[in-house]
Design a binder for this molecule. Structure first.
Ligand SMILES: Cc1cc2nc3c(=O)[nH]c(=O)nc-3n(C[C@H](O)[C@H](O)[C@H](O)COP(=O)(O)OP(=O)(O)OC[C@H]3O[C@@H](n4cnc5c(N)ncnc54)[C@H](O)[C@@H]3O)c2cc1C
Length: 471
């Protein structure tokens, strides 16, 4: 890496200090660390710019549930993050439905761990650091630099009151939900998805709580509906006596009083008597479909910055890790071809859509449905559906019903047939949407035509669900 220090007015905004690297990554979260490790492993110069201090970095608001822990990208070896897995015994979701006086135990497919999130955050930073990435802490990115052809050429940040510029061939935006960089880039010559609004996000808050006695459900992720349909409360056991308790709601709803509502729920549960709160954090997370395109010339957005989150569960760690790795690999292609155009970066979008983007977009359909139904009706419906299929639908985006299962469902769901019929119509459209994502374009110039057909399917979804258009 070369560093040009200005001799006369070092760090002043008139003559900022300039760092030159191959790739600059904004944010030392999961997406940023996996991108940086991938690029550093290939021998390129990569700087990770993080607004938090070295001590605070990695401390992120999270429910601490890590789904798919068995198959993470190997840019940072699994053995590196395993020490943060504090509970690997969880094998099912426990859905508490007070409206129906029911508890549903639903298996969670694949490997799942509840983790010490801050420790995990430190370990992935350590992993990227060991791969050769350089971390610049206490450095707040405030702007981007872009040339006359619209190519993003770097970022401008503040460190200790001084302006620092980073010149880079590729900028990777891993700055999390509602990333500031996206307000700064001029996307007029790019396909980058700018159809983004607050109502497509969820506001969430969590506390880490220590309880005096082991909880009985230490092998389960506990979910409970909040008072609004598009919201839920969770209790995830980090250990038998350390619980991550939180809640969130889609920002289309009347705002919940997150801190008070959580306190109320905790007070009503005998297992939390005498509990001590050891950490509190809240944040926004994208509970929407992934960005149609997360590229612009010289620029890629990864993780929460491009909505790579399962919109029904809010799980975003795995998506962030894979998006980071894919963007890192595409940045390497761009560096090797000396070409940072969207045509070259496009393969990154394709890999995201192919791996999980299409699935998350189809899961978003159920989120849209949940904003349009009454919470009691929804809970009645969920309580009447077979658990295995619910689990499948929750994670894979679709499920199938055999004739025998249909009959069983029809009997158990008596009283909800109207909603069930509607649910099946919605499911058919969600499947159609997923099939359309399988045809995600192979080049940027074909995106607009693909979006037209996708929007036609979305219009049908709004019509069937009665929901207000989300996009
Ligand atoms: C309350 C809550 C609970 C959640 N629970 C779960 C869960 O149980 N399981 C799960 O898988 N996912 C969960 N998620 C989602 C998950 O936390 C995110 O999807 C994941 O952290 C995204 O990683 P990321 O790297 O994209 O962004 P982040 O982890 O948000 O990292 C972004 C980084 O960028 C830095 N940054 C931001 N702006 C700037 C700037 N201007 N300059 C410099 N640095 C900047 C931030 O300080 C941060 O370190 C939850 C989210 C919330 C809010």
């Amino acid at each position: 890496m070369s560093t040009d220090e200005n001799e006369t007015a070092e760090g002043s905004s008139a003559n900022p200090r300039t760092e030159s690297v191959d790739v600059v990554v904004v944010g030392a979260g999961t997406s940023g660390c996996y991108a940086a490790a991938t690029i550093a492993n290939a021998g390129y110069d990569v700087a990770v710019v993080e607004r938090k201090s070295a001590e605070e970095a990695g401390h992120i608001a999270c429910g601490d549930a890590l789904k798919g822990a068995d198959a993470f990208p190997d840019a940072i070896p699994k053995s590196q993050i395993e020490p943060a897995f504090t509970n690997t015994e969880v094998d099912h979701g426990r859905f508490e439905i007070p409206q129906e006086d029911t508890v549903l135990d639903i298996p969670v497919p694949g490997e799942l761990a509840v983790i010490d999130r801050w420790e995990y955050g430190r370990l992935i930073i350590e992993g990227a650091d060991e791969a050769g990435a350089e971390f610049h802490y206490d450095t707040v990115v405030q702007d981007v630099t872009q040339d006359d052809d619209g190519v993003v050429t770097g970022i401008r940040a503040k460190h200790d009151g001084d302006v620092v510029e980073y010149d880079a061939d590729v900028v990777i935006d891993g700055a999390g939900a509602l990333s500031l960089l996206q307000d700064k880039v001029d996307f007029s010559d790019a396909t980058f998805d700018t159809n983004v609004s607050y109502s497509q996000f969820c506001s969430a808050y969590r506390e880490v709580v220590e309880v005096p006695e082991p909880v009985e459900w230490s092998d389960a992720l506990v979910f409970k509906p909040a008072d609004v349909a598009a919201g839920y409360v969770w209790y995830f056991p980090r250990t038998e006596t350390e619980i991550n308790a939180g809640l969130g709601f889609q920002m289309t709803e009347e705002p919940m009083k997150l801190v008070d509502d959580l306190k109320k729920d905790l007070r009503a549960r005998p297992e939390f008597e005498g509990a001590e709160v050891v950490d509190k954090l809240g944040a926004a997370l994208p509970t929407r479909r992934p960005y149609d395109s997360a590229t612009a010339p010289g620029y890629m957005a990864v993780g929460d910055a491009a909505a790579h989150v399962n919109p029904t569960t809010g799980g975003g760690i795995a998506g962030a890790a894979y998006a980071g790795a894919y963007a890192g690999e595409q940045a390497i292609v761009a560096l090797e071809d000396d070409d940072v155009s969207e045509e070259t970066l496009w393969r990154y979008n394709q890999r995201v859509m192919d791996h999980f983007g299409g699935r998350y977009a189809s899961l978003d359909v159920y989120n849209i449905l949940s904003t349009a139904v009454d919470v009691d009706d929804l809970m009645g419906l969920i309580a009447s559906l077979p658990g295995e299929n619910l689990a499948e639908a929750l994670y894979s985006g679709t499920t199938s019903f055999s004739p025998a299962l249909l009959l069983q469902t029809a009997v158990s769901s008596y009283g909800h047939w109207g909603q069930i019929w509607n649910f099946f119509k919605v499911k058919r459209l969600a499947d159609e949407l997923m099939a359309h994502y399988d045809r995600y374009p192979t080049r940027p110039s074909a995106l607009a035509g693909w979006q037209d057909e996708r929007d036609r399917i979305m219009d049908e979804i709004y019509e069937v669900t009665g929901a207000d258009p989300k996009y």
